[in-house]
Design a protein around this ligand. Sequence first.
Ligand code: GLY
Length: 343
Amino acid sequence: MLRLHCHPDGLASTIVEIGPDLRSRLTEFVIALRAERPCFVLADPRAVVGLGLEADLWVEGGESAKTWPQLGATLEALAAHQLDRAGVVVAIGGGSLGDLGGLAASLWLRGVGLVMVPTTLLSMVDSSVGGKTAVNLPRGKNLVGTFWSAERVRIDPEFLTTLPEPEYRSGLGEVLKVAIGLDAELAEHCERAHAALLARDADAVGIAVQRCLEAKIRIVEADPREGGLRRLLNLGHTLGHALEADSGYAIPHGITVARGIYHVLELAERTGHCGAADAARGRRLLERFGFEAHEVPAAMVLRNYLVQDKKRQGARIHAVLPTGIGSSKVVSMDLDGFLQGID
Ligand code: GLY
């Protein structure tokens, strides 16, 4: 089993365990944890089919889990369970369950322990590490949240074998975000092993998961509360969040992020922040994974969503632009400048 450690200043440390038998031993792990300390298990029933797991609250994953009413229901369930201050919330599922469970853990009794078992590619490579928790409001995504790190994250890529294709592709969007924005070696791996990654080959996926987590840990340790460097993890997210909201959250997050990365590659090339060859290579990489530059809603429609973006500062946004393959930077832009190239 591989162990990674994340020690962000001012947030609790996280031990990330990546291993091949963690899925098959999940029920055993939860029983042992319950014997050690009070536990509240929040799980997505679709993620644990056939494992015989007993959860205290079942919530289906997806953006419908990340609502204010669902947060209230989760806190009510914690109250009924009488989880005490020594207790731990165990969130088993994708990013939405992690965001919901993490937020509830940070609020209940002003904060109890959190263990995450991410079961989707997106939650394995991104959302389970770094302490961001959130629910959405009708006016925008992730508008209510806290920073609350998991003590432990247990990852087994075996969960991915039964993941529905759109959700797997959504995770690949986040992998390509790290490859294009932060890690040239991961980009080379994705180029070389794109067929194996699309086929969910365990070795190819394992390398991608590990490299994404290593990059994320480096960034989160340097800037836990997103004062600067951590903004780089938002590559593709400004347009991505707008597209996601415009679809009524029907299009999975990472798929809209991939479309957003395509846009910022073009924008970075047009504004001289990224050379033409690297921008073309980035777009080719996205296309190899089936993320072609499909049509998006009109700039006027997208603008309305960008105005609600929580990363906006007045009339300007922090746009993350690739500067090459494996590197990126934050550029302050007005909304119209960011939407250049979209009619
Ligand atoms: N998903 C972006 C971040 O954790 O900062």
